[in-house]
Write a protein that binds this ligand. Structure first.
Ligand code: THU
Length: 133
């Protein structure tokens, strides 16, 4: 699987984005350790706070299909410049694959490669908390 192939899958999914309120289409394609791809798009709602990002939809799609180990995720958007994942999506990705590679693309499919820890250096983990206060 090349980065270009994963990006193409995210770009294709992006067409199905339901984003009438922001007019910002986002697509995500998640690659499993076994080589399968699960995609997601942002799904908005008239009650704005119920919107779910493309990345989380892709993760939930994969989890629903029994997959938990991911090596990469590609993210595309229909605006100019690179589309960055939000903090909430990074936290959800970290739950399953803290080592995951993240491919960010611009409108011309140029891509930048990050590791999750580059974008979310201090993730929330129950193991890091003192629970007995
Ligand atoms: N969005 C995503 O799908 N992923 C992100 O990481 C950031 C934002 C969506 C949510 C909303 O539908 C639109 O982009 C504008 O914020």
């Amino acid at each position: 699987m090349t980065p270009e192939e994963l990006i193409a899958a995210a770009r294709k999914a992006q067409n199905n984005s339901y984003s009438p309120y922001s007019q910002f289409k986002v697509g995500a394609a998640l690659l499993t350790d076994g080589g399968n791809i699960y995609t997601g798009v942002n799904v908005e709602n008239a009650s704005f706070g119920l919107t779910v990002c493309a990345e989380r939809v892709a993760i939930f799609n994969a989890i629903s299909n029994g997959e938990k180990d991911f090596s990469a995720i590609a993210i595309t958007g229909d605006h100019k410049g690179y589309t960055y994942p939000c903090g909430a999506c990074l936290q959800v990705l970290a739950e399953f694959s803290p080592q995951i590679k993240i491919l960010l693309t611009d409108e011309n499919d140029n891509y930048q490669e990050y590791y999750l820890k580059d974008l979310l250096p201090q993730l929330f983990s129950l193991e890091n908390q003192e629970v007995n206060i």
